[in-house]
Write a protein that binds this ligand. Structure first.
Ligand code: C2E
Ligand code: CA
Ligand code: CA
Length: 468
């Protein structure tokens, strides 16, 4: 189509101006009509219905046949992007067309077959038993396995069974999509039905999204601190501030559950700023009272790459509470350094120039490239908990030992995260890593408890820090 369109456009260029304008206008209106038609009905590539047509046709079927049971199956191809890269665009197109052909084999009066976009397909159907729906997934899986291409494609399916005939088809699609996402990466099955558990977690996610702003205002977010220790002496050498949400209904919600949600709408920025402020305030208050202080690190979400005033904000808190920069470490995850976040990278560099130590968090969890370290503005590397898993395995020991050796040689301070046993601690000390943060020593605790711990240490040592 686009080739023909180009050829036509070229031919038109050869006409005189007035004719050209007329023909151009005519061709444009024809093209628009064709586009509207395709847009309104069929996918251009596969000739299956598009989403708008699916919503309309499936809605009609549900209204006209309330006595039938209806379901929507959504399918996509795992890692379709890599498939396309490996097999080329033509290979990808061939696969999509083969899927569409296979789907046509399922055509029935009570079904709507849809190509939503890229590698995502939808099948709306009536059914008697859930087995029939599973059979559809099996049929398509076997058809896709038969497509002759240099790399294999693996589909995933999400199935939503309509509970009442009034449910909008767009909702059915969202639920099927959610079910489909839960099956990704599982090797024992390639389909999942939307169930109660998914509904509950979806509702919870929605609630988190809706309630986070109010929760911050109402003081439901609290800053906990997990001490960092010197493993040889047991002395507290610092701490990491970690956020907690004490929800009136759900109790304590883990940051693992709510941070991904508030990252989506950017609210994590406000939560981070709240944490930073609490940390600076506490350090300033203790310093002023001549009490013992240790450096506390705070987490910096990747989203701060989009906050122009981030550097000013952190520096401003230091000035406001009279806290010197070396007392507040800034933790950025490894991926925060490597993904298109040159802006964040520059901001961290600026803050480092002002004296704030920069910590690379979760080192070894993602795709750390050791060469990356040469160029990064980091003072501290936090070895991820994954690093310590199975250190009884000889090969893992070699990796841990040499990584620590290399980091020491590069003159970066190494802190091991997630130390849970004496054996792990002994091994790390042997490798030249002396500082750690882990449940073996302390769990994250409310800020007040952490302060009490510092007071206790101070009382024991008689150590007094001069107020600034
Ligand atoms: P993180 O920055 O890697 O923080 C360390 C996490 O490891 C904490 O989980 C801590 O409780 C846990 N941990 C420490 N020692 C051990 C151990 O020995 N065993 C095990 N199993 N876990 C250990 P937490 O508090 O649940 O936080 C999870 C993640 O949430 C943090 O990982 C961080 O990425 C994020 N997070 C927490 N607070 C904040 C915050 O204020 N701002 C931002 N942006 N992210 C935060
Ligand atoms: Ca951290
Ligand atoms: Ca970490």
């Amino acid at each position: 189509m686009s080739n023909e369109w180009n050829a036509l456009s070229k031919a038109v260029e050869m006409l005189d101006e007035e004719e050209r304008e007329k023909v151009k206008l005519y061709l444009y209106s024809l093209k628009k009509m064709a586009e509207d038609n395709v847009e309104g009905q069929k996918s251009f590539m596969t000739d299956l219905y598009n989403l708008r047509a699916l919503f309309f046709k499936a809605g009609e079927l549900m209204r006209n046949h309330p006595e039938r049971k209806h379901a929507l199956i959504q399918m996509d191809i795992d890692n379709f992007k890599s498939f396309n890269e490996f097999c080329g665009r033509d290979g990808g197109d061939l696969l999509l067309q083969s899927i569409a052909d296979a789907m046509r084999g399922l055509e029935r009066e009570d079904r709507v077959l849809c190509h939503f976009r890229a590698d995502v397909f939808e099948i709306f159907t009536s059914f008697e038993s859930e087995e029939e729906l599973v059979d559809i997934t099996k049929y398509l899986t076997s058809k896709i396995a038969q497509v002759k291409l240099p790399c294999k494609a693996f589909p995933s399916f999400g199935i939503y069974v309509a509970e009442d005939p009034g449910v909008p088809v767009s909702f059915m699609k969202d639920y099927a999509d959610m079910a489909m996402r839960t099956i990704k990466g599982k090797f024992y099955s390639n389909y999942a039905f939307f169930d109660e558990e998914m509904r509950t977690s979806m509702l919870k996610e929605k609630q988190i999204e809706n309630q986070a702003v109010e929760a911050l205002e109402k003081g439901q977010f609290q800053v906990y601190i997990q001490p960092k220790v010197n493993m040889e002496t047991g002395a507290i050498i610092g701490g990491e501030a970690l956020i907690r949400w004490k929800h009136p209904e759900y109790g304590m919600i883990s940051p693992m559950d709510f941070i991904p949600v508030i990252e989506k709408d950017g609210f994590i920025i406000n939560v981070d700023v709240y944490v930073w402020n609490e940390v600076f305030k506490m350090l300033g208050r203790r310093q002023a009272a001549g009490k013992k202080v240790v450096p506390i690190s705070v987490n910096i979400s990747r989203l701060h790459a989009h906050q122009d005033d981030m550097v000013k904000c952190i520096r401003g808190m230091g000035t406001q509470y009279g806290v010197s920069p070396e007392m507040v470490g800034l933790e950025v995850t490894e991926s925060g350094f490597s993904n298109n976040t040159t802006v964040l990278f520059e901001r961290m560099q600026q803050l480092r120039d002002f004296g704030f130590p920069v910590h690379m968090d979760d080192f070894g969890k993602g795709h750390s490239t050791l060469t990356m370290l040469k160029n990064e503005p980091v003072d501290v590397i936090k070895l991820d908990r994954d690093f310590l898993r199975q250190i009884e395995n000889a090969k893992n020991q070699v990796v841990v030992k040499n990584t620590i050796g290399m980091l020491n040689a590069l003159d970066v301070h190494v802190i091991a995260e997630g130390v849970e046993t004496q054996e792990q601690a002994d091994f790390l000390i042997q490798c030249g890593c002396y500082d750690a943060q882990g449940f073996y020593y302390y769990r994250p605790m409310p800020m007040g408890e952490f302060e009490a711990l510092l007071d206790e240490e101070q009382a024991k040592s008689g150590h007094v820090v001069k107020s600034i």
